[in-house]
Design a protein around this ligand. Sequence first.
Ligand SMILES: Nc1nc2c(ncn2[C@@H]2O[C@H](COP(=O)(O)OP(=O)(O)OP(=O)(O)O)[C@@H](O)[C@H]2O)c(=O)[nH]1
Length: 364
Amino acid sequence: MSNVHPKLIEVVINQTPRAMAAMLVVSFAYLFIFIPFIPLIFIFTWLLFQIILAAYRLQNVKMFKEHLQNKDTIKINKTEVYFIVLNVFQAAMWAIASLLVLAYAPQPFEFVMFLVSVGVITAATLSMSSLYKAYLIFIFSLITPQILIMLYYGDEQHIALVIFIMIYIPAIILLSKTMLNNRISSIEAHEALEKSTEKFRQLSITDALTNIYNRRYFFEIAKNIILIASREQKCTALLMIDIDYFKRINDTFGHQAGDFVLIELVKSIKGKMRSSDLFARVGGEEFAILLNNTSLTKAKVIAEKIRSMIENKEFIYNTVSIKTTISIGISEVNEGNFLLENIYKKADTQLYKAKEMGRNRVCP
Ligand SMILES: Nc1nc2c(ncn2[C@@H]2O[C@H](COP(=O)(O)OP(=O)(O)OP(=O)(O)O)[C@@H](O)[C@H]2O)c(=O)[nH]1
């Protein structure tokens, strides 16, 4: 990414249109104040350039938006350089405005231009200090001609203003730096909060042992999937899987070996699933798989593949080989059966049947 945080660029994107509107208001005020003194051709050409510059700066903001969206670092950096160039031009326009006043308007109108520059710098502190480099270049390009003009007059009042600006500029830079640091801290705090919220969300929907979804999340999401499937008239099937005689594994090899079998079994089944399927641990050694876009016939084939894979698998725990089997009950979503509770109950009944029929089998 660019050296500047995208959120800081977003601040500039939001502020620039307002800053341009204010800049044009001040430009028109300049026109009305100095029209009696400055030749029309100069003052209107100057105003025209200000309007063109404002249009370019709005276009610059659009480019920032586009490149931020595409996360195109190189183009963001280029747009930042373009932003700085446009700001230097903007500062130059105010320098030209001051020179026109110097050349055509009587004293003490140069003070008006001085105040305008101080006003523009103050506004820029609010609108563009997020792009700090650009901001510093802008304020120095804007204030240097003013200092030179004040020094050119050289009397007490003008020198007093130079002294004022020598105090004001460091103060406003300090203020802008504080504002920038506060913005960065609040962006970082916001990001940290988003990360921990996401982490908590993940924890709240995931089973800690097997890392697949938990029962609560399964019921939450399965309802929506079934609703969409029934609306789109797509078939969906539910597999209920239970490990056979799992208690024996715990009793024979220990609880940790049981945990190991659960983890490895989940990994193996996961390898056979599509990303659109919903796989969850719904009980101690009980799992549910909602197969999206799958008919009962297809679900039977998938269930049989999973069953035989587990039957043939050796779970090697600390050099000890553990063998196990699973029983699977199936039910499908159809016109008369699209309530999750009913579908779940049906699959559970079929699972119970599979157990009764001797286990290690699929019961549709
Ligand atoms: N290691 C381990 N065991 C668990 C976990 N959750 C549940 N169990 C055990 O799973 C076993 C389930 O036993 P039962 O409900 O009797 O079922 P089973 O022995 O699998 O027999 P059938 O289901 O009838 O084939 C119990 O001993 C539970 O303690 C877990 O997270 N880790």
